[in-house]
Design a protein around this ligand. Structure first.
Ligand code: URA
Length: 233
């Protein structure tokens, strides 16, 4: 690396961390001031720029073991955003969120609402796979969460569904169990956030599907989505 390259890199990192740090504070203030609404929602350029910097991220050790960064995918104008925990093996291979077994179940849930994956935005707390699918480490969450906050700030969903304990507890800064957080909307910087069980949990505990469906019906009502007739029960 030449001296010039190093200066450019240091400058770029400084701008990036300035842009990302305190984003939730900025976000909260913008919402409170009434500037966080849907008017002027043109996030494409910002999301693309963010994706580029996330894909180059080497802030934590997961950069050394990942095959692909899983930035997230879907509509940049989505009213509904799903947030999971971290990519697993299939997601790491493909660089796409929720494409394995749990992902297939999430896709079914989205379709049961009468939507397609392309209508919503799907992201994770961590953008890189923890080796062996271990739980995200607190330091990894701290370093990666600003990327998610920026995604939320740019996409401005009206409702966020937090899938599972890690997503719900991280976003709500809470250690309340998911079984108690789910079922009600929480305020997330002016955005309605519905915690619900993670699809991977549902694969192991199909009895939880009824609760998740009730949570999704509340989300549909909030967004004015008409659930297709055969899925209503
Ligand atoms: N589980 C998650 O939390 N996220 C994915 O992308 C896949 C599985």
């Amino acid at each position: 690396m030449t001296g010039n390259d190093r200066i450019i890199r240091v400058f770029r990192d400084a701008v990036e961390s300035e842009m990302l740090s305190g984003v939730s504070e900025i976000y909260g203030q913008a919402r409170k001031a009434g500037h966080g609404g849907r008017q002027g929602k043109d996030p494409e350029e910002g999301v693309k720029r963010l994706e580029k910097s996330v894909k180059a991220c080497v802030k934590c050790g997961l950069a050394a073991t990942r095959k692909n960064v899983v930035f997230g995918e879907g509509s940049y104008g989505a009213d509904l955003m799903f947030v999971g925990e971290a990519p697993g093996g299939d997601e790491d291979e493909q660089g796409r969120p929720f494409v394995g077994r749990a992902g297939k179940l999430l896709t079914k849930i989205i379709e049961a609402l009468g939507l397609e994956r392309e209508d919503v935005f799907i992201a994770n707390i961590l953008k890189c796979r923890p080796p062996g699918n271990r739980n995200p480490a607190p330091g990894e969450i701290d370093l990666c969460t600003p990327y998610l906050l920026r995604q939320i700030e740019l996409i401005k969903p009206r409702v966020i569904v937090a899938l599972g304990k890690f997503a719900a507890q991280t976003l709500l800064q809470s250690d309340t169990p998911i079984s108690r957080l789910r079922g009600n909307f929480h305020d997330y910087h002016g955005v309605k956030l519905m915690p619900t069980y993670h699809p991977a949990y549902l694969l192991r505990n199909p009895g939880g599907k009824k609760d998740v469906w009730n949570d999704m019906k509340a989300v549909a009502k909030e967004l004015g989505i008409r659930i297709p007739e055969q899925k209503k029960k």
